[in-house]
Design a protein around this ligand. Sequence first.
Ligand SMILES: [Zn+2]
Length: 301
Amino acid sequence: MEIVFLGTGSGIPSRERNHPAILLKYEGRQLLWDCGEGTQRQMAIAGESPMKIDDIFITHWHADHFAGLIGMIQSMNLEDRNKPLTIYGPEAELFVSDILELGHWGVGFPVKGKELNFDGNEIESVAKYEDFSVFSIPVNHTVPAVAYCFKETDRINVDLKKAVVYGLKQGPIIGKLKADGSVMHKGKKIKLEDVSTTRIGRKITYSGDTTPCENMVKLSKNADIMIHDSTFLEDVMNEEKRRKSHSSVDEVAEIAKKANVKKLILTHFSRRYHSLKDFETSAKKIFPDTITAKDFMRMKL
Ligand SMILES: [Zn+2]
């Protein structure tokens, strides 16, 4: 699988960084997390096609995270997309229908908004695909907002060497064991966990815009990668910035440590920063396995 960072800036784009958008590619599937203004052009530069996007997940309805939808849906329409498009997010039905009302464009394929819960601290199962699922959890911003989690399905494999010990051989009985979780064989009950190994699926989380919050720790527990809003360095954080509901780099590094993630990727940088060196240095003091995202950065897993 691959993660393509299409935009790593925040409220106002800069020469180096576009508005937020992250493309997740997994065995023929493509998901887009946020769609800031100009995302389709970023995709063209990256050699990616919006036509391949299956579904879109918006963290919240601030323009830097969704304004690219209008142009992108229009392009999909011009390219004769007929595959339905679902746009997930808090308050998604309202905002997607508003977007579809803008301008004279007559969208020729089904586009629908799917509401997600943005209150409380429960993880919500959002969408299920062949080999992975997407989950969300409410986060803390000035408007309803959620964070997302990509979770590869855990794979349970029967270890034939272990199975032989119980007198089982490759064949329909193994299929039954996998389907039912246990089988009766020669008068004995054999459980799947007695003869199998589990490969835990990979997990990637993305905070969207948020202050540091426990829900992000919960969603990101033991994640392979956590991508997090890191708008400011600690020294400029003050009441006003906190009120704007973002996170500082030090706060994010603490979240990564608490959630025990393997790798932290910082994103959504304020345009006041040209160099991100101080972000990396600060974060690494607290959480060593940290990198800063930049536009068009690709990560293969
Ligand atoms: Zn933002």
